[in-house]
Ligand binder design. Sequence first.
Ligand code: CMC
Length: 392
Amino acid sequence: TGNVTLDSGFVNTASCSSAITYIDGDEGILRYRGYPIEQLAEKSSFLEVSYLLIYGELPSQTQIDDFDQKIRRHTLLHEDLKAFFGGFPRDAHPMPVLSSAVSALSTFYQDSLDPFDKEQVEISTVRLLAKLPTIAAYAYKKSVGQPFLYPDNSLSLPENFLRMTFGFPAEPYDMDEDMVKALDLLLILHADHEQNCSTSTVRLVGSSNANLFASVSAGINALFGPLHGGANQAVLEMLNTIHQDGGDVDTFVKKVKNKEDGVKLMGFGHRVYKNYDPRAAIIKKTADKILTKDGVSDPLLDIALQLEQRALEDDYFVERKLYPNVDFYTGLIYKSMGFPERMFTVLFALGRLPGWIAQWREMIEDPQTKIGRPRQIYTGATERDYVAMGGR
Ligand code: CMC
């Protein structure tokens, strides 16, 4: 193993070539298929961005209509899959419920097992995009003891998700168009981020020729961790703690700098961005608008703004190039929409889904793909003889 070099966390190791997402971390640039995230955020929709990521080009009117139709047609869950939700404890975190249900799709659609069957991959793509919002809404309904709502296929994807989450079968759902727009924007901003932890997981699992559902289920589990997608929930918990302790931002920042109990400023720092995360810049503007609507401001927003200001002026953060990342302000917006904290990472998963699918498909179609199998540097005992129990 003399020629094996350790690169813990793959800081410097490229595992694939990809034509999907471009990031320049020093300049704070993010583009999907060449299109700047700022333009997509302003002009596109989550559905269109999903198409763009998966198929490589912006769709024509006919293509997007067809894609939309197909997704609307597949939003229902198999009735037996619904029974699955009853098997979890009522207070289960929705992320493992989500990954379990996605994994279970392989049992309901056994025709999905061959990753090289192009027609089946196409159907699995549509099924996953259509069903994940339903699964996510049911995970929520189960946790609050409310009845499941069947999807209403006259609604768009974000509308349907909001209605299935917050609506009741007994009464019409009053759609808030501002909320639909805000959700759609957040989904666009999360849609892909090249070889992050969950996407690399999707590719690694898929490199064994595991099918799309199994690979994406693994990606959801990777996203659950607080250093990755779980950070949006962790940020809100951090803001709540600071608020409950009297709102003293300075003391908290000091704790972070002294690395007391391993406390981190959640929602800050990024492996690739050594400049302001462009997604955070867009989200901050939205947060300002939504959270100060009607002149009512969330005290947690004040704490977040103060934290950001303190950190950006502080040598500790400046030297380490730590800036707010995508998760810093999203939790505040989700909270204002009525989502409980434990649903935040689920919303990240809904957004990241088209990216996972696009990356998995690119991997499967790439003739350079080999099964992922890193090497190691062995540091254990050298050869020794087995010792019988009496001699240990
Ligand atoms: N608060 C305080 N110190 C930090 C933070 C932070 N949020 N992030 C990094 N550092 C310090 C770290 O302790 C290290 O200091 P030193 O050189 O003294 O040991 C230095 O900055 C470099 O950090 P690192 O941990 O080597 O960087 P990394 O690229 O391995 O980790 C990260 C990136 C995102 C995991 C990390 O910045 C972090 O834990 N941030 C908080 C969690 C978070 O917000 N995650 C969301 C990431 S963005 C979207 C997503 O993936 O979900």
